[in-house]
Design a protein around this ligand. Structure first.
Ligand SMILES: Nc1ncnc2c1ncn2[C@@H]1O[C@H](COP(=O)(O)OP(=O)(O)O[C@H]2O[C@H](CO)[C@@H](O)[C@H](O)[C@H]2O)[C@@H](O)[C@H]1O
Length: 647
């Protein structure tokens, strides 16, 4: 509790510090990095903060914000304040003060509710200020997938919804992605996308490659699709039942070259985006964009005002191919070093293997102007040996431009009170529809209809990352209990087969839905009581955010974005009302996961009102994109303050 209070105080101090300064110096909130906090520190800021909170508690008429902001006002508060303790000062990379680490002098005076009220007031002021002072940009997302056109996982979700949020905030936003056609009903997703009548020739892979642009303007965003025969084939964007496509380097090299040309050649809505763009380069598939800007365009005076921001959704995939393929990428030969990658001796396949390769993600890390990843926790993890996948030293060397921003969710698409995929609707105020969703799901899955039986779900790619092996090993023990378990996923054929066979073994208790289905994923999210995510690593994770919005309590491995977003349940906090939104277990072992699951199950069974508290707290969490978009805008501003990358 004490640490929670401390954090909140720190947060609200940061906010109020920013406000106080911006109102005096006319600097915007998003420029805190450049502000000089020295004079502020000389004043007894801490005392003013505590005084403000106390004045609110004691029913003082003066407004909280004015008491904090105006030094003069602090004198008007009569109640004596026992001074607290300043433990330290938070500084950013440039040495500027960004927060004060305070311990309140009088615990009673620091009521969390009051503190959060103060924070809320400050938040609203920031929002107002943001609207007044906002700078808008031309933003170009480059991505291998964007929902609803294409989606295999979280990348599609993010690139399908963050652009819309940024557009709604006044930015001009284009998303460039391939026009995949696989001969199934999924092709319908492109039904409203039309030929933009612009064909261009790209220089790569030993010749000229002709591509066409397709376009749809929807929800304020220019959705631009690169068309080429290599994007038309059965399977998902990256592969089929035989594995990953062998020509993915070619397919995503085309995407990157085309994305660099799109702002220059496409007169969308009558005029082009032009050279002053911010490229959001998502994962390795788009990584070549940063390298092309630095190597192919800037040396010739093009895109000098543009910046590229690499967004890492998953460091495990880096786009590594043999060194000999470098010549195919359409880069000047003296840029080999930017992509050069040498495997350690132990990873080489034979005595003559020199381990030389090109690594596109590495090239993007070297040449991008800033680097973002999708949670603060993961931003740190990728700079460690354990989480850096060989790129930790390089990422550490770029720590000053590395930021973690937790993903948001598409709250209209994932809304239990209006979700088109679920049969019954509900909200935090009226939960009765949830149990109806549960029994509907039990019926759909062919389970015995038991409203009180804990129903546990898993949704995700069947991949090493997601910790499926742990579930596999834990299922026999878990199935001894009176529970039901449903898994939805596709990927590793080994686990697909196991899911099918487990269905036969545990006929009334286990369902393994092999495949990819958005409607089913919504119904599982709504119908389950518990969502399990034992991910080995998780840059952010979206399913736990969706689950919380649907009152489905997450049990997760405490890693990356899961640790950042799931607050461990503490039944004793809040005078017995409890605190937290789920269970975050560690270390990642079968027993530890089972313990957390069993505690969750016991709580569900034996402490109904506690469980309801958990559900409501989950549902009240704010994971809107707006929060994230404000932080993205801060990074955009930083990116444009610094000069672009030049070799
Ligand atoms: N079989 C299936 N049927 C239907 N829907 C399915 C499905 N399998 C997965 N999904 C959906 O795909 C999305 C998966 O998102 P995640 O963020 O959990 O994982 P992913 O690892 O793909 O994303 C990576 O990028 C995202 C975005 O930044 C990060 O959150 C994450 O940590 C990182 O690994 C969810 O919307 C989920 O419902």
């Amino acid at each position: 509790m004490a640490s929670i209070q401390l954090t909140r105080i720190l947060l609200s101090c940061k906010l109020s510090t920013n406000i106080a300064l911006s109102s005096r110096t006319c600097c915007s909130f998003r420029r805190t990095r450049q502000l000089d906090f020295g004079p502020l520190l000389k004043r007894n800021f801490q005392n003013r903060k505590l005084t403000a909170i106390r004045s609110e508690k004691s029913g003082n008429e003066g407004s909280i914000s004015s008491a904090i902001e105006g030094e003069e006002n602090s004198g008007s508060i009569s109640s004596p304040v026992k001074p607290g303790l300043m433990l330290g000062i938070d500084r950013d990379d440039s040495g500027s003060v960004i927060g004060l680490n305070l311990i309140p002098g009088d615990n009673e005076a620091i009521d969390t509710e009051v503190v959060s009220t103060v924070t809320k007031v400050k938040d609203e002021e920031i929002k107002k200020e943001k609207i007044e002072t906002r700078v808008t940009y031309n933003i170009v997302f480059v991505t291998a997938e964007a929902a609803p056109y294409s989606k295999t996982g979280g990348l599609g979700d993010v690139c399908g919804s963050l652009p819309i949020e940024l557009a709604s905030r006044g930015h001009r936003v284009m998303v460039v992605s391939p026009r995949y056609l696989n001969g199934t009903s999924a092709d319908e997703n492109f039904a409203r996308v039309f030929d933009a009548n612009r064909r261009i020739k790209l220089q790569c892979f030993g010749g000229e490659q002709e591509i066409a642009f397709f376009h749809e303007y929807r929800e304020g965003v220019d959705w631009v699709f690169v068309d080429h025969p290599s994007y038309h084939r059965p399977g998902n964007p990256y592969g089929d039942s035989h594995g990953a496509f062998g020509d993915n380097q070619f397919r995503y090299t085309l995407l990157c070259h085309a994305a660099c040309e799109a702002p220059l050649v496409l007169p969308l809505g009558g005029y082009t985006y032009g050279e002053k763009c911010l490229f959001l380069v998502n994962d390795w598939h788009a990584g070549l964009v940063s390298v092309l800007l630095a190597a192919k365009y800037r040396p010739f005076g093009v895109y000098k005002d543009a910046r590229s921001i690499l967004v890492i959704h998953n460091l495990a995939h880096q786009g590594v191919e043999p060194a000999a393929t470098f010549k195919n990428l359409g880069l000047p030969s003296n840029w080999y070093g930017a992509l050069e990658w040498v495997f350690p001796t132990w990873a080489r396949t034979h005595a003559l293997d020199t381990g030389e390769a090109v690594n596109i993600l590495k090239g993007a890390i070297v040449t991008s102007d800033r680097i973002l990843t999708v949670s603060k926790g993961y931003a740190w993890e990728i700079t460690t040996v354990e989480g850096g996948y060989g790129l930790n030293q390089l990422l550490s060397s770029r720590r000053s431009v590395l930021t973690g921003i937790t993903n948001g969710i598409h709250i209209a698409e994932w809304d239990p009170s209006s979700d088109e995929h679920i049969a019954f609707h509900y909200s935090a105020a009226s939960l009765s529809g949830k149990v109806q969703c549960k029994t509907a799901l039990q019926q759909e899955l062919g389970f015995p209809i038991k409203p009180d039986c804990p129903l546990i779900g898993f949704i995700g790619r069947l991949d090493y990352q997601k910790g499926i092996d742990l579930i596999h090993w834990a299922i026999p023990e878990l199935m001894e209990d009176d529970v039901q378990f449903v898994m939805l996923g596709s990927g590793d054929p080994l686990y697909e087969d196991w899911m099918r066979s487990a269905e036969t073994t545990y006929r009334d208790k286990f369902r393994g839905w092999v495949g990819f289905s958005v409607p089913i994923s919504h119904r599982i999210t709504a119908g389950c009581d518990i969502l399990l995510m034992p991910s080995r690593f998780e840059p952010c994770g979206l399913n736990q955010l969706y689950a919380m919005r649907y009152g489905t309590v997450p049990v997760v491995h405490a890693t990356g974005g899961l640790r950042d977003t799931v607050e461990n349940f503490n039944p004793y906090a809040g005078e017995g009302r409890g605190e937290g939104t789920g269970w975050a277990f560690s270390p990642l072992t079968k027993d530890c996961m089972l313990n957390a699951l069993k505690t969750a199950i016991r709580t569900y069974r034996d402490h109904k009102s506690t469980w309801e508290g958990l559900m409501r707290r989950c549902m009240q969490k704010d994971f809107t994109w707006e929060n994230a978009a404000i932080q993205y805008e801060q990074v955009f501003e930083w990116a444009l303050i610094d000069p672009p990358y030049i070799m």
